[in-house]
Write a protein that binds this ligand. Structure first.
Ligand code: TYM
Length: 331
C-alpha cells in the first residue's frame, strides 16, 4: 500500500553535503516510487540562524535545483517550500501549546546550537524549532519520515506530541515513524571523523559538497584524516576515518563493505582513497551539472515550487481544520 512520506531540509548553505544525501536525500528519491511523498525546503526553520536575505533567496532556489537534480521528480512527489504553506505556522503554534517547556529544553540540537553562540543570544525560534518540525510532519499525516540519525530525537518528540494531542482531543494525527538507515545515517567529517559531516563544520575540507567542483571533492578525499595503520578495514572505534570512507564508497557504489575490504586487502590507503574519490566524483558530477542547468531558469523552478505548494496546501489545510475543530475552536 502506498505510504505517506514527509521530510524536510534546511536551505542554510550553498550546497547540500554528502551526509545530507546519504543520510536522507537518497532515501527521499527511493521512497517517491509507489508512495505519496511530500518534500519540503524548510525556509522558516532557516530563519532561526543568521539571516542574509539575498543569500537565503539564492539558497532556497539552489536547494530546489539540487533536489530535482539528484532525482526528486516534481511529477512523482510534491516538492514545495515551507513558507508557501501557511498551515505550517498555524499547526506550529498548536504544537507549541501542546509541548512542555521541560521536554523542549531537553532537545540536544537546541543545546548544541545555542551553546555555540551563547545561550542568551539564541533566538526563541531556535527553541521552538522542534515544534514547527512536528507540525511539518503531522500536517501530512505521514507514515514515514526519512532522516539521518541526528533527527531521531525530533521525531520522538513529534510522536509524543501527536499521541498527547490524540489522547486529549481525539484521533487527529497519524503517529509517524522515523525512516533511519542502519548504515549511512551518520556520515562523518573527513578531517575530524568522530564529528558528523555538517554545514556548520569548522573547516570546509571535511565536507563533501554536491555543488563543489569534482577536483575539490577529489582533493578533500585524498587528504582525509586516516590512522597510522595500513589495513582497509571497517572498525569505527580504531579506524573512524577509513570506516567513514568505506561507508561512503559502499553507499554510492552498491558494493558490500566486506567486499571492499577484500578488494583493498594488501593495498595502501592511497589506492583506497583514490578509488573513493573516483566513486564520489563520478556520482556527484552529473548532479552538479544538472543543478547548474536548472538554476539558469529561476522562474521555472519557482513555478514547480508553487505547484507543489498548491498540492501540499490541500492536505495541510484539512489537517489544520480537523485539529482546530477538535480543540474547540469555532470554524
Ligand atoms: P538538515 O537540513 O540539517 O539536514 C537534512 C537531512 O540530512 C541529514 N543529515 C545527515 N545524515 C547523515 N549524516 C550526516 N552527517 C548528516 N547531516 C545531516 C539530517 O538528518 C536530515 O535528515 N530539522 C531538520 C529539517 C526539518 C525536517 C522537518 C526533517 C524540518 N522539518 C520535518 C524531517 C521532517 C534539519 O535540520 O535537517
Amino acid at each position: 500500500m502506498a505510504k505517506r512520506i514527509l521530510s524536510g531540509i534546511q536551505p542554510t548553505s550553498d550546497s547540500f553535503h554528502l551526509g545530507n544525501y546519504l543520510g536522507a536525500l537518497k532515501q527521499w528519491v527511493e521512497l517517491q516510487e509507489g508512495n505519496d511523498a511530500f518534500y519540503c525546503i524548510v525556509d522558516l526553520h532557516a530563519l532561526t540562524g543568521e539571516i542574509d536575505p539575498a543569500l537565503l533567496r539564492k539558497r532556497i532556489l539552489s536547494s530546489a535545483a539540487q533536489l530535482i537534480a539528484l532525482g526528486i521528480s516534481p511529477e512523482k512527489s510534491t516538492l514545495f517550500v515551507q513558507s508557501h504553506v501557511a498551515e505550517h505556522n498555524q499547526l506550529g503554534w498548536i504544537m507549541e501549546c501542546i509541548a512542555g517547556f521541560g521536554e523542549a529544553n531537553r532537545m540536544t540540537q537546541f543545546k548544541d546550537k545555542s551553546a555555540k553562540g551563547g545561550a542568551d543570544s539564541a533566538r526563541v525560534g531556535l527553541f521552538t524549532y522542534p515544534m514547527l518540525q512536528a507540525a511539518d510532519i503531522l500536517l501530512y499525516q505521514a507514515h514515514y519520515v526519512p532522516v539521518g540519525e541526528d533527527q531521531r530525537q525530533h521525531i520522538e518528540l513529534t510522536r509524543d506530541l501527536a499521541t498527547r494531542f490524540n489522547t486529549r482531543f481525539g484521533e487527529t494525527f497519524r503517529i509517524p515513524e522515523g525512516y533511519i538507515l542502519k548504515s549511512g545515517a551518520k556520515i562523518y567529517d573527513l578531517q575530524e571523523p568522530t564529528n558528523k559531516m555538517s554545514k556548520s563544520s569548522g573547516s570546509a575540507a571535511g565536507v563533501l559538497e554536491i555543488m563543489d567542483t569534482p577536483e575539490a571533492n577529489a582533493k578533500k578525499i585524498k587528504s582525509a584524516t586516516t590512522d597510522a595503520g595500513r589495513e582497509v578495514k571497517f572498525d569505527e572505534k580504531e579506524k573512524p576515518g577509513i570506516s567513514n570512507l568505506l561507508t561512503i564508497h559502499s553507499a554510492l557504489s552498491g558494493k558490500k563493505i566486506s567486499d571492499l575490504e577484500n578488494e583493498f586487502a594488501g593495498k595502501g590507503y592511497g589506492d583506497f582513497k583514490g578509488a573513493v574519490a573516483e566513486v564520489v566524483v563520478d556520482y556527484l558530477k552529473p548532479i552538479r551539472t544538472r543543478a547548474l542547468e536548472l538554476l539558469e531558469d529561476e522562474s521555472h523552478l519557482v513555478q514547480i515550487l508553487h505547484a507543489g505548494a498548491d498540492k501540499a496546501r490541500t492536505v495541510a489545510s484539512a489537517t489544520v481544520a480537523e485539529s482546530y475543530k477538535n480543540l474547540g475552536l469555532v470554524l
